[in-house]
Design a protein around this ligand. Structure first.
Ligand code: PLP
Length: 357
């Protein structure tokens, strides 16, 4: 049976990227060696790294004064690397869920942290707006897409202080005005690659403003100077990112994927809103185009385990909601085809026919 991969992360990748990665593991570019057994300092691999960076720059229109890095450690390492490099006295954070909270916790080790706004009062079902941003902050940190709660900023906000965003789960899903940010980072494994590589896009002149000594591996400037080769980078993961970005370019880049992502999200949210058995958890204006969270409506609450089984029987994978929200979460990242969303919608309709009172 065909599987429909709604996993939240690691998650679906374009088939062609996986096929090319499989080939590269067996014989990398016909050199008679596996991608897994060559030095990262060879011309062959440097070309991979350079192409991944070039594609990232092209697809996201990254200005020349920004550097692109591929690092290890996951987005969670950036939670402390960001304050290490940027927090001298005081930083502002917006608390929009679990990942934001973890970032806040780490930042507190380095200086004063002001939580400017939070949506915790309503279990993170919305994106706070209209709060003041003090001009004396070293930076403001936001989480652009809240993977667990299914909320997302749909525009790039204006900030009078350097803006830093965790875009782990919506990078390259929509156009972003990179010039509005001092730094953008994220784990690759939600939307642009496998687990193991973290992307960092940083404006070079925003660095070097803190007085504390930085461990070499933490200092972004070292990674910039050595073009992401300060130590051994996650070679295989970078290769798959390159292949994924090549695929994205081949289908028409970010404007095209945004169109497709909107169509997928519209289809699924329309069904959630129409079907009396289900109800969405996030407020409509902040609904994520990447992670669609919904639960059984009150009269049908008991049917949740049955729906999960039913959906599983139809090939749906990964739709169980995070334990903090419950219900269901369909992650509909870039590489997920609309046919899979249609299959989930059909499944919800069929379940309604069986159970609607
Ligand atoms: C998954 C996720 C993380 C954690 O990423 P790791 O690479 O596992 O450290 C952080 N932020 C967001 C928004 C995420 O979705």
């Amino acid at each position: 049976m065909k599987k429909h991969n709604f996993n939240a992360g690691p998650s679906i990748l374009p088939r062609v990227a996986i096929e090319n990665a499989a080939k590269a593991i067996l014989d990398f570019e016909g050199i008679g060696l596996s991608l897994l057994e060559i030095s990262h300092r060879t011309k062959d691999f440097e070309a991979v790294n350079d192409e991944a960076e070039a594609l990232f720059r092209e697809l996201l229109h990254i200005p020349d004064n920004y550097k692109v890095l591929f690092l290890g450690g996951g987005a969670s390492t950036q939670f402390f690397e960001v304050p290490y490099n940027f927090l001298e006295k005081k930083a502002g954070y917006v608390n929009t869920g679990v990942w934001a909270k973890k970032a806040i916790k780490e930042a507190k080790l380095f200086g004063e942290v002001e939580v400017l706004a939070s949506s915790e009062d309503k279990n993170f079902t919305y994106i706070p707006k209209g709060y003041a941003i003090p001009s004396d902050l070293d930076y403001l940190h936001i989480t652009s897409n809240n993977t667990i709660y299914g909320t997302e900023y749909h525009t790039d906000i204006d900030s009078p202080v350097p803006l830093i965003a965790d875009m782990s789960s919506d990078i390259l899903s929509r156009p972003v005005d990179v010039s509005k940010y001092a730094m953008i980072y994220g784990g690759a494994q939600k939307n642009i690659g496998p687990a193991g590589v973290t992307f960092v896009i940083v404006r070079e002149d925003a660095l070097g403003k803190v007085s504390r000594p930085l461990p070499s591996m933490v200092d972004y400037r070292n990674h910039i100077a050595s073009k992401s080769m300060f130590n051994t980078p996650p070679v295989f993961a970078i290769y798959v990112v390159k292949e994924t970005l090549k695929w994205l370019k081949s289908i028409g880049g970010v404007p095209e994927i945004q169109k497709r992502n909107k169509a997928k999200a519209d289809l699924l949210y329309a069904e959630i809103d129409r079907n009396p058995l289900f109800v969405g958890t996030a407020v409509k204006e902040d609904r994520s185009l990447m992670n669609v969270c919904f639960v059984m409506s009150e009269p049908y609450a008991d049917l949740a385990p049955e729906f999960l089984e039913f959906a599983k029987g139809k090939g749906m994978v990964g739709i169980k909601g995070h334990r903090l929200v419950g219900g269901f979460r369909a992650s509909i990242y870039n590489a997920l085809p609309i046919e899979s969303v249609q299959a989930l919608v059909d499944c919800m309709r069929e379940f309604e026919k069986i159970h609607a009172k």
